[in-house]
Design a protein around this ligand. Sequence first.
Ligand SMILES: [Fe+2]
Length: 265
Amino acid sequence: MIDIHSHILPGLDDGSKNMEETLGMVRQLHEAGFKTLIATPHVLEGRDYLSAGEILATTDQVRERVVEAGIPVEILPGAENYIFPDLAKWVSAGKLLTLGNTGKCILVELPMLEIPHYTEQVFFELQVLGITPVLAHPERNKGLADQPERILEWAKKGILFQLNLRSISGHYGPQARQLAETLLRSDLIHVVGSDAHRVSRSESSYLEGLRRIEEIVGGDRYRELTRRNPQLILEGEFLQGERDYLLKGLSGRKSGSRFWDWFRR
Ligand SMILES: [Fe+2]
């Protein structure tokens, strides 16, 4: 499996504090079944801007230490880019990293409580550059919980959605768990990620999330979310632009009831 979202690089953001902690996190994610981890430290415009060069250099150091420690996990560079109006310009200027540094897909984060008015413009400008936005943990965004139809709108335009593994077990509260489950049942999640910031206290927390997701979506779709889709994200094989999404029926809901009506109940 490939984890496209992790804060394993030491000392760069609010994730791992040092190399020892990094190795502990890599071991834990390996035990959960991940063979490839994309390191995605928070990158923000402004004074705290973390350069692509720093991320690449630190990723190289971590990769070396992981090999020395004998952990059979591949470490790739990336970033979790906090949205701002000039994000696409910064990508063009080489200041922001795409997932795996392949130039195909980019992990974008929204503020927790709202949807900035320039969000769709930024997504569009990235797509014009041939880069597919992958939105980090939509289930945690209050603005999207209030206006879930925006998720459907964006999915139709080719935006991809990454779910946090631990959202489904209630780690981020009941609202995130409910939206996570709804999005999974509706095939609106394309890929899952750990969003690991430190060694998890519960050894089994990632495994629990994975198991629960498999129960919800079934074996074939589970393999897509954890293996095939993250591989396609690295290769840039997801279709660009407008496409249709079909909302699958939800168990226990009356046939004919509208999806978002169900969601708002
Ligand atoms: Fe994150």
